[in-house]
Design a protein around this ligand. Structure first.
Ligand code: 2BA
Length: 111
């Protein structure tokens, strides 16, 4: 059994969760924030049997899109009176970042 931890963009999370649940996968959606851009993203926890990993990865590929973001770095220290407009830097934010971990078991406590 594997635990997939998938960090995805907010815009893609709804469709991906719909696609997972439509195929009877159980998924937990957690609001998270990227350390670099400091923007909200979504972390999904998906525990599946080993033979289902490939199908879940395929769904992630289908529903998660790479996007370009531009950030403005801090301008260099300038002499007083000088002005350096910051040049935006391109950042490619992935379709998804997926961690695949071995999971011993999943226990559902129903009592
Ligand atoms: P962020 O940390 O906000 O990163 C957003 C994008 O900024 C990254 O896209 C990458 O293109 C760029 N980036 C991140 N750190 C950088 C650095 N030190 N120098 C230059 N560029 C940097 P992705 O790689 O697709 O990552 C998207 C989000 O996935 C990340 O948001 C973070 O929340 C998560 N993530 C990615 N790699 C991770 C890792 N190794 N461990 C934990 N979380 C990760």
């Amino acid at each position: 059994m594997k635990l997939l931890i998938a960090v995805v963009q907010r815009q893609d999370a709804g469709d991906l969760v719909d696609a997972l649940t439509a195929r009877s996968h159980r998924v937990t959606r957690i609001s998270s924030e990227g350390g670099f851009l400091r923007e909200g993203n979504i972390t999904l926890l998906i525990a599946v049997e080993d033979e289902q990993v490939e199908a879940v990865m395929q769904l992630i590929h289908t529903h998660c899109n790479m996007r370009i973001r531009y950030i403005s770095p801090l301008p260099p220290v300038a002499e007083s009176g000088e002005f350096y407009p910051p040049t935006p830097v391109e950042v490619q934010v992935g379709g998804a970042t997926v961690f695949v971990l071995n999971a011993d078991s999943v226990t559902r406590v129903l009592s």
